[in-house]
Design a protein around this ligand. Structure first.
Ligand SMILES: Cc1ncc(COP(=O)(O)O)c(C=O)c1O
Length: 410
């Protein structure tokens, strides 16, 4: 199945602009994706036609705004294979979703000496909340190491999971592109009596995800990486887990009753959604889900797989061993995130020089400093592909890198 990328590109207004007189080549979608007109329109429509606060009003536009908000929830629930929409809690982003689990489930269930298992390829969002808990509660953090081909080394997984209460793991690395075998990790964790939290920030935008088939307990996602707006993401969890968890933030919307003596909580998912939520953003996220489903997540994955192969070949044949790529070679277990070192040029310098050619790539530690330490580098340059990228974008990157090489006199 071949996608008509030119037709898709036409949906993204920003891709029509130029920078430094050059066509904009956006290769930073692992950081945040661009937005199609369908998403912009859905949000605009809420503000222009149906804007009011949700859930509390009985007048027409308040009901319309509530319907737009809740339809975003229904769409993401369907996309992720949730059993019911009340298993989706909207948060600001995946960072907040993971913090929600750390603040509620973990504080209610973990005691001094309990272990949480993470991996060396986690984003800080799936590390720091557990560090905070370790300091506060004395829990132990254990780390699944990496293999030489940048995958999880599960040789001693049983030992690491022995006595653990939680495995917190990313589905796809935002640096290496590695796609982890989530069902196998879930099976191993459950066999050891641990629950599993999956950081699916880099999976949901790029491939079919079915939380029920994964069998995980908590799955976090973030809207702005999947063609949706900023300010909205979420947590999927099984309803009985959410029901048993204490609330996260306190305030309006999350209560059933409040007296001078105390409060009772609302039903899930609203029990976890204190205050006015991101209303237009939920509508925008719903439109992003519609957009991705119209293409088909299988087709998105296949397109990125082909383009990743093209990019790896193009980079290696042009620059040979002057360019070091950090990530698996096997396309079955890697997504379209390509992190590299380019000779002796600092990653930030590479990024700045290719920007002059209109090419946007990210440089730095990518919020994965434990991983950078394992790799023995302070920073990498990262080009990340998405559904609106094509071979011409990859060619532009390769040509821009050749200019950087000439500029730095290599
Ligand atoms: C794997 C992973 N987890 C978490 C995050 C944090 O996402 P957000 O800033 O939307 O919470 C990112 C973003 O880069 C990511 O790639």
């Amino acid at each position: 199945m071949t996608l008509d990328i030119a037709r898709l590109q036409a949906d993204f207004p920003i891709l029509k602009r130029q920078v430094h007189g050059k066509r904009l080549v956006y290769l930073d979608s692992a950081s945040s994706s661009e937005k199609p007109i369908q998403v912009l329109d859905a949000m605009d429509r809420v503000y222009r036609e149906s804007y009011a606060n949700v859930h509390r009003g009985v007048y027409t536009i308040a009901e319309e705004a509530t319907a737009a908000y809740e339809s975003g929830r229904q769409k993401i629930a369907d996309l992720l294979g949730a059993t019911a929409p009340n298993e989706i809690v909207f948060t600001k982003n995946v960072t907040e979703a993971i913090n929600l689990v750390a603040h509620t489930w973990a504080r209610a269930n973990l005691r001094e000496g309990d272990a949480v298992v993470v991996t060396e390829m986690e984003h800080h969002a799936n590390v720091v909340p557990w560090h905070i808990l370790a300091e506060e509660r004395g829990i132990e953090l254990r780390w699944i190491p990496l293999t030489d081909d940048y995958r999880l080394d599960t040789t001693h997984l049983d030992r690491l999971l022995d006595g653990a209460r939680l495995l917190a793991v990313t589905a796809v690395s935002n640096v290496l592109g590695t796609i982890n075998d989530v069902p196998a990790l879930v099976d191993a964790a459950h066999a050891a009596g641990a629950l599993v939290l999956v950081d699916a920030a880099q999976a949901v935008p790029h491939m079919p995800v079915d939380v029920t088939a994964w069998g995980a307990d908590f799955v976090g996602f973030t809207g702005h990486k999947m063609l949706g707006p900023t300010g909205i993401g979420g947590l999927w969890a099984r309803a009985e887990l959410l029901d048993a968890m204490p609330p996260f933030l306190g305030g309006g919307e999350m209560i059933r009753d409040v007296t001078k003596d105390g409060f009772t909580t609302n039903e899930i998912p609203w029990k976890f959604e204190a205050g006015t939520p991101p209303i237009a953003e939920a509508a925008g996220l719903g439109a992003a889900v519609d957009y991705l489903e119209a293409i088909g997540l299988d087709a998105v994955r296949e397109h990125e797989r082909q383009l990743t192969e093209y990019a790896l070949d193009a980079l290696r044949s042009r620059f040979d061993d002057r360019l070091t790529i950090y990530g698996p070679d096997d396309l079955d277990v890697r997504g379209g995130t390509i992190s590299f070192l380019f000779d002796d040029i600092h990653a930030h310098d590479v990024s700045q020089v290719v920007d002059q050619e209109g090419v946007c790539v990210r440089a730095g530690h990518h919020c994965a400093k434990p991983l950078m330490r394992v790799l023995g580098v302070p920073a990498t340059t990262r080009a990340s592909l998405y559904v609106y990228n094509d071979e011409a974008d990859v060619d532009a990157l390769v040509d821009a890198l050749a200019k950087a090489e000439a500029f730095f006199g290599i």
